[in-house]
Design a binder for this molecule. Sequence first.
Ligand code: ACO
Length: 323
Amino acid sequence: MIRSVVRGIGSSLPKRVVSNRELETLVETSDDWIVQRTGIRQRYIAGEGETSASLGAEAAKAALAMAGLSPDDIDMIICATSTPDNTFPSTAVNIQNRLGMSHGFAFDMQAVCSGFVYALTTADLYIRGGQARRILVIGAETFSRLLDWKDRTTCVLFGDGAGALVLEAEEGDGTAQDRGILASCLRSDGAHKDKLYVDGGVSTTGTIGHLRMEGREVFKHAVGMITDVVEQCFADTGMSADDLDWLVPHQANLRIIDGAAKKLSIPMDKVVVTVDQHGNTSAASIPLALSAAVADGRIKKGDIVMVDAMGGGFTWGAVLLRW
Ligand code: ACO
């Protein structure tokens, strides 16, 4: 059986770090409030010339370097983003061009904060279907450019950045001992589309719009949705929380991460948390967190890793893999 195995991972962050204290000068908020309610201490904000595509391309280069591969070796690029450089063409083809690639194919995936989980699942299916052997899966966002910087209920929550990984086909036995993606589960329910959305768009206002959110409503649904898809991945593989080495959740809010971990009986020392450093970087948050945990030696070859996300739509999903 063909499995999709991670060969390399990389990340890229804007140069400018913005602390909670700095936001106190913009809106009526406090470091205490932000830390207590969200766990966020700082975020990175893109400056001039830093875009989803530029950050995504840097992350992709780092992932390729770790894999010991060049763009020539890649068959396909998927970029998960809700903050594309242009309405079209896709950020993925922009990144393809920045990598000097003119073969293969590239496209974007839009599932907001669940984008990376959707992209990973899609890439796995292309590999297992024999359509591609090596795929760059990227999450790249510049949410700072969608924010209403006068709205304290949203502007303190988000940040910019990108992460990328290289997936490669490898022959496995078809058992849970294989390396690579072992299970995935995607869900969405558009009945919730007005709880977290952007109040503009090409086909409605003709403007970019600003992010709007009913924070309490998102919070209310998040833990249940996340735990459902994580448990589905466990059921599909016959594994349980005890088998897990690392839970790498979408980094929206420490209280959501904590609540989901408790409900799943996963101790916090097995949970990778970067929301304090990065804020919520939407589709980039999982590959940024994976990259940090690989770089500091926590995630090692052979480890069982669960990634999960929930976001606008609502969309939600999880992927279980052996690193
Ligand atoms: N600074 C200070 N006070 C604030 C701020 C701020 N930045 N933002 C809101 N407040 C105030 C509110 O106005 C309110 O004041 P009031 O009681 O006088 O009306 C008070 O704080 C409490 O507001 P709530 O919205 O009830 O605060 P809550 O405890 O629910 O926390 C939060 C808000 C952090 C957004 C929370 O609801 C949450 O985490 N929701 C999940 C949403 C999330 O994480 N979204 C990320 C994107 S979605 C995703 O990635 C899955």
